[in-house]
Ligand binder design. Sequence first.
Ligand SMILES: Nc1ncnc2c1ncn2[C@@H]1O[C@H](COP(=O)(O)OP(=O)(O)OP(=O)(O)O)[C@@H](O)[C@H]1O
Ligand SMILES: [Zn+2]
Length: 463
Amino acid sequence: MQIYNTQTRKKEEFVPLVPGKVGIYVCGPTVYDFIHIGNARPTIVFDTLRRYLEYRGYDVKYVQNLTDIDDKMIARANQEGITVKELGERFIAEYFKDADSLNVRRADVHPRATDHIGLIIGMIKKLEKNGKAYAANGSVYFSVASDADYGKLSGRDIEELMSGARVEVDDEKRDPMDFALWKAAKPGEPSWDSPWGKGRPGWHIECSAMSTKYLGETFDIHCGGQDLVFPHHENEVAQSECATGKPFVRYWMHNGYINIDNQKMSKSLGNFFTVRDIGKEFDLEALRMFMLSAHYRSPINFSRELIEQAKTALERLYNAKRNLEYLLGHAKDEAAEKDEAFIKGLDGWRDKFCAAMDDDLNTADALGVLFEAVREINSVCDADSGKAAVQAALALLNELSGVLGLLYKETQVEDPEILALVEQRTQARKDKNWAESDRIRDLLKEKGIVVEDTPQGAKIHRV
Ligand SMILES: Nc1ncnc2c1ncn2[C@@H]1O[C@H](COP(=O)(O)OP(=O)(O)OP(=O)(O)O)[C@@H](O)[C@H]1O
Ligand SMILES: [Zn+2]
């Protein structure tokens, strides 16, 4: 697989550190509010990366942190009159609700910053010992000037950064580019004991400390949105490499923005839609489809029309699936003449799908392949097809859409109450009692069941 590595600014062949195993760290949300659909992009895209690597046989360890202490957390908790801990618990639960409704699998570990204070302090002490950090008035800062490699991830020139940085009045930092590893406690803020007095960790250090704990000092893939390249990830590299003396991350992957009118969707600009709100208007599987319809590094300008399009595209996949399930229930055991070539041809679709995903996780092209495959399946599979052919087509459709985390909703209806209603409706139609048949159809619709009358009888499926 080729991966575009932000650090080298080119596509590189992905070779894991340990054959057969992959360690992935994704910067997760700061849990002070509901996530917006910009935040949902890395969540969905990197969940798909994980699924694909597993599909290709890798044993993946996937870690996503939850930032549950920082300035935004403290400000919001004060505003709401609750503790930072209560705020964190509330929005961690809300985050998982959204992740579940986007069919994003739980990470193997979801470390929280506040559960790792001792570990973080240990790393800061190491940096101090290595001459890379200094304490000032109960806070500790990373000394950017002490790190000759600083700027290598984002490709920024350190001299330029230094000269451009603003010097704050009363600044206790030696250089304006230095950043906080530990922040001395202010009155009313949550704090922990440390060698420098009471305080709390800075944001960047939590990711360095927790990724190392769960994935090792050097690991394979680190992901996040483009806005994190600088300063967050640049600072992570500096902290980790200066603490361990080893290379930190082998491949850096960054997703492009979800924009509104070509401006990044963000809380501070107020131009955002939460996943929860979009979920009131659309089935969130359509939002997942929308995210995967573009390459993860391309910006997407958000519009409702694009989600509508994604919904229609998704419906085409579900129709194909239902059709195959229906055919399977009626197909003959013996193969039709056309079946052998058709079954052989299915492997070609799988190969093309993987070729697209191998090209820097090109989900847009992979979806294109899936739709081409569906077009062929729809035109070849019919009432004459043998069972094996229909089964193979259905398996391929489920397999490839499963890699993308799509097409997971139940399509078959087994609920006895629903089946009894369908039976009553069939009887009403036989009796030419159209009013009753329409009434039952509407009742079924309310329960999310659509009835289609075919020459073979009533076909039902979930909406
Ligand atoms: N508009 C966007 N498009 C794509 N990814 C985004 C967007 N906004 C944030 N992200 C990503 O979402 C993840 C969670 O970010 P974080 O919790 O820092 O967001 P936030 O601070 O709440 O967002 P905001 O940028 O709106 O203030 C990060 O990987 C970040 O890069
Ligand atoms: Zn991070």
